[in-house]
Design a protein around this ligand. Structure first.
Ligand SMILES: [Zn+2]
Length: 203
């Protein structure tokens, strides 16, 4: 049985694009990798004060893991749980180590500009929401297989997700959710082929 019994809204996000939604405490968010091997960059900003937001670097010491598993929360920069992973029908690779892709990253990798990127998607959605939050805010990289090797190096591996793999988050603080279907096509982050994703809001 899945955690979400009622779907109230379905948002379809084409490859490389972003989306945002306003959600209240107790809402469930189901994120689906429709075609497999597709990461979703995920941000959450508190409605009361958007300068309080989901913070991977604050989450890691709170849960003593590199990224949350089922039953674990993601925490804000004020160390309050903002969302909790309640169901995971995926291999569970939800990286919390790395910044979103941005223009500079694509230049670094030799791409020709302009190139869609997750940071521009974030800032576009912040603008749409009329949120005056600037700066570089690290996402939670759902379905992202950045593998940490025992010697401290890491490998950018293609995600192990299959078409339709999904995870469900419970909202713990009224917040704005912003996601980006990562357009990374210069390495294995998206298995070399960025694809569409889906976000469902429900109960
Ligand atoms: Zn990206």
């Amino acid at each position: 049985m899945s955690a979400m019994t009622t779907v109230e809204q379905t948002v379809y996000i084409p490859a490389g694009m972003g989306a945002s939604v306003s959600v209240s405490e107790g809402t469930l968010i189901r994120l689906t990798d429709l075609y497999g091997q597709q990461p979703i960059d995920f941000w959450a900003f508190c409605q009361e004060d958007p300068w309080e937001f989901l913070s991977p670097e604050h989450t890691r010491p709170s849960i003593m893991k590199l990224y949350p598993g089922v039953g674990d929360s993601a925490f804000t920069n004020f160390r309050r749980p903002i969302v909790t992973l309640v169901e995971d029908n995926s291999p569970g690779q939800h990286d919390m180590q790395f910044a979103a892709c941005d223009r500079a990253r694509y230049i670094e990798l030799g791409a020709s500009l302009p190139h869609a990127n997750c940071q521009d998607n974030l800032h576009l959605e912040l603008q749409k929401l009329n949120l005056d939050v600037r700066g570089v805010i690290q996402p939670w990289n759902l379905f992202t297989n950045f593998f940490i090797n025992p010697d401290g190096t890491f490998s950018i591996k293609a995600p192990s997700t299959q078409p339709g793999d999904n995870c469900t988050l419970r909202v713990d603080i009224n917040c704005y959710i912003i996601i980006s279907a990562c357009p990374q096509d210069m390495n294995d982050t998206c298995g070399g082929n960025p694809t569409d994703v889906q976000m469902e809001i429900g109960r």
